[in-house]
Write a protein of this length. Structure first.
Length: 202
């Protein structure tokens, strides 16, 4: 089903606002962060069965963060609370969910970079490279195999842009906008983990 909205534009605008917050040396709050991340969800849905597992996992984790935003104000505080309770790496912890959400927005960033850099109408190479770089190291064999099979059912670039209500030139602008705006946000979240010596490879 084609969208009447402009999801790429909404994504870029939301992450631009987060990047502006970081430029002002202000901690990112959970509510605007989870809201911006929720705007990325439709993109996973547009990619079809290859990213169905990623979509379901991502949506659930974003929902968790949105749900806790009334009690915990900042992303910094999420990690502090889990460190204090020694629940950082416990399944379902908000910190663990934040790390998974970070990977989701990073995968989309790499996907957009690859789409812009790749000629032709196929999304198989851009999607395969983005998956291999961001998600594959953390997925078991069965999931990797299912994703690999699903790559053959990806929409074409033309079909994806139609679903997103963009043409090629406007989509390129909006994708680059998201790439630029999301980079400092991703780096900020990574640093929350690295500065506490928690790492991100888990």
């Amino acid at each position: 089903m084609e969208m009447t909205q402009k999801p790429l534009r909404k994504m870029g605008d939301a992450f631009n606002q987060l990047a502006t917050t970081l430029n002002n040396n202000v901690d990112l709050e959970v509510a605007p962060f989870s809201e911006a991340c929720s705007l990325v969800s439709p993109l996973f849905g547009c990619l079809g069965i290859a990213f169905k597992f990623a979509e379901m996992d991502y949506v659930a984790k974003v929902h968790d963060l949105a749900g806790v935003s009334g009690q915990i104000l900042t992303l910094n505080a999420i990690l502090d609370k889990d460190v204090e309770k020694k629940t950082v790496k416990v399944a379902g912890s908000h910190t663990r969910n934040l790390l998974r959400v970070k990977r989701g927005i990073d995968m989309v960033r790499v996907l957009f970079e690859q789409i812009i850099a790749t000629q032709g109408n196929s999304l198989k190479d851009p999607a395969s490279k983005a998956y291999a770089q961001v998600f594959a190291p953390y997925h078991g064999w069965a999931i990797r195999k299912a994703v690999g099979a699903g790559m053959y059912a990806l929409p074409t670039k033309e079909q994806l842009l139609r679903k997103l209500n963009e043409d090629e030139s406007s989509a390129k602008v909006q994708m680059q906008n998201y790439i630029t705006a999301s980079a400092p946000v991703i780096a900020y979240v990574e640093n929350l983990f690295i500065s506490r010596e928690l790492g991100t490879d888990w």
